[in-house]
Ligand binder design. Sequence first.
Ligand code: SF4
Ligand code: SF4
Length: 154
Amino acid sequence: MSLENPVFDCKQCGECCKGFGGTYVSSEDIHAIARFTGLSETVFRESCCQEAARGPVLAVDEENRCIFQKDHICSIHPVKPRMCREWPFIPAVLRQPGNWQLMGDACPGIIQKAPAQAVYNQTLASLQKTRPGFRPEQAIAPADVSDNRPLFPA
Ligand code: SF4
Ligand code: SF4
C-alpha cells in the first residue's frame, strides 16, 4: 500500500465472510482446501460447499457466515480461495472504477475517497502478484468463475 495514497486498511471485522454465494471456489481452491482439511475432494464438496448459480461456493452457517470463519478469523487462511486472498483488489475494480465505492459501502476497510488512479494502480499491482503475468485487459473478459464474484456478499 502506498503511504501517500492509502486505499485500503482492513479493520479485521470479518464482514466480508458473510452471506451465501459470496465465495466461489475453483477446482484449484477445492484441491488445496480439501488437502489442508484432510478431506477428500468429494467429501469436501459434499460437506463444505453449496451450489450457487455459477458453481460451488463455500457453505455458510446458521448465522450466514462462511463455515471456515472461527472467532472472526479464517481457519483456512493458508489455502483460502483466491477471491478471498485478492479482496478487495479484484478485476471488477479495473472493469468499473465505481465498483470501489459500492464495495466500500459494505467493507469498512475500503477508503472510498481514495483517488481513483491510486485505487486502479494498487488493484493492478495486487492482481499482478496473485496472478503472475496479469494484464489490465484480462479484467474485461473474466477468465474463470472466480472473477465473477459478486461485488460483496449479501
Ligand atoms: S475462506 Fe476464510 S476468508 Fe474466505 S470467506 Fe471463508 S472465512 Fe472468510
Ligand atoms: S469487510 Fe473489509 S475491513 Fe472487514 S475484514 Fe473484510 S476486508 Fe477487512
